[in-house]
Design a protein around this ligand. Structure first.
Ligand code: ADP
Ligand code: MG
Ligand code: MG
Length: 255
């Protein structure tokens, strides 16, 4: 269990025209077992927040802090962040040709746990987690994300989430591109992690759809690179009805 604190975070992205500030003072605390939905229109900086926390080299932190149980996350390498218990499911997961899912998962688990999981136990764990997510066992032998459909990639993300047992899970647009069945299965997977009561979850989403399956403890509206309003699950209902117009001045549906 761990608490994630983001304090006055400022992040710039390096572009051809020079550095451009994307995040301008993000403040957020996620306690163990809490689910925080970050909702905002396109281009508001939601993915930048997740990349910056994960340590993506393109995103430069120019101010503020990210702390995991009081320890500085930003001075850690990407691998060290994963080992410290941060999990990031990318909006655009990468393909890793030639590396099977089962090897990839065991390598990731070894990195995070600090030792290789015992093989017999591991095989059972993976089987169970795959069955929970309605994933065909043959999937384990396929190369990571290669030729995966959108829905398969998302199931794979949640499979990783279930197996790696992080302290903090950052899920960026996990709902995008999912059909109704896949959304239900993926949401159930997240709800199992949530029900454990230990993992802090940052659920980033443009649309309210996934929040019909997963009830967040807090909803934050993200606009112009910062949180502009926070509330409970009812804030998502308001967004579903009215979109983001109140925050941006532009009609942009959230449902
Ligand atoms: P969201 O996830 O909310 O849609 P992003 O974090 O992806 O928003 O993007 C926020 C803003 O930062 C956008 O204006 C986007 O064009 C810009 N941006 C993000 N990443 C890059 C990048 N690698 N290069 C240039 N601009 C970027
Ligand atoms: Mg500021
Ligand atoms: Mg995004």
């Amino acid at each position: 269990m761990a608490t994630l604190e983001i304090k006055d975070l400022h992040v710039s992205v390096n572009t051809d025209e020079g550095a451009k500030e994307i995040l301008s003072g993000v403040n957020l605390t996620i306690n163990p077992g809490e689910t925080h939905a970050i909702m905002g229109p396109n281009g508001s900086g939601k993915s930048t927040l997740s990349y910056a926390i994960a340590g993506h080299p393109k995103y430069e932190v120019t101010g503020g802090e990210v702390l995991l149980d009081g320890a500085d996350v930003l001075s850690l390498s990407v691998d060290e962040r994963a080992r410290a218990g941060l999990f990031l499911a990318m909006q655009y997961p990468v393909e890793v040709p030639g590396v099977s899912m089962s090897n990839f998962l065991r390598t990731a688990a070894t990195a995070v746990r600090g030792e290789a999981p015992k093989l017999r136990h591991w095989v059972k764990e993976v089987k169970q987690a795959m069955a929970d997510l309605d994933i065909d066992p043959a999937f384990a032998e396929r190369s990571v994300n290669e030729g995966f459909s959108g829905g398969e990639k998302k199931r794979h993300e949640i499979l990783q989430l279930a197996l790696l047992a992080p302290k903090i899970a950052i899920l960026d647009e996990t709902d995008s591109g999912l059909d109704v069945d896949a959304l239900r299965v993926v949401s159930e997977g997240i709800n199992r992690v949530k029900a454990g009561g230990e993992v802090g979850i940052m659920l980033i989403t443009h649309y309210t759809r996934i929040l019909r399956h997963i009830t967040p403890d807090f909803v934050h509206v993200f606009s112009g690179g910062r949180i502009v309003e926070s509330g409970g699950a009812e804030l998502a209902d308001q967004l579903e009805e009215h979109g983001y117009v109140r925050f941006t001045g532009k009609q942009e549906p959230a449902a």
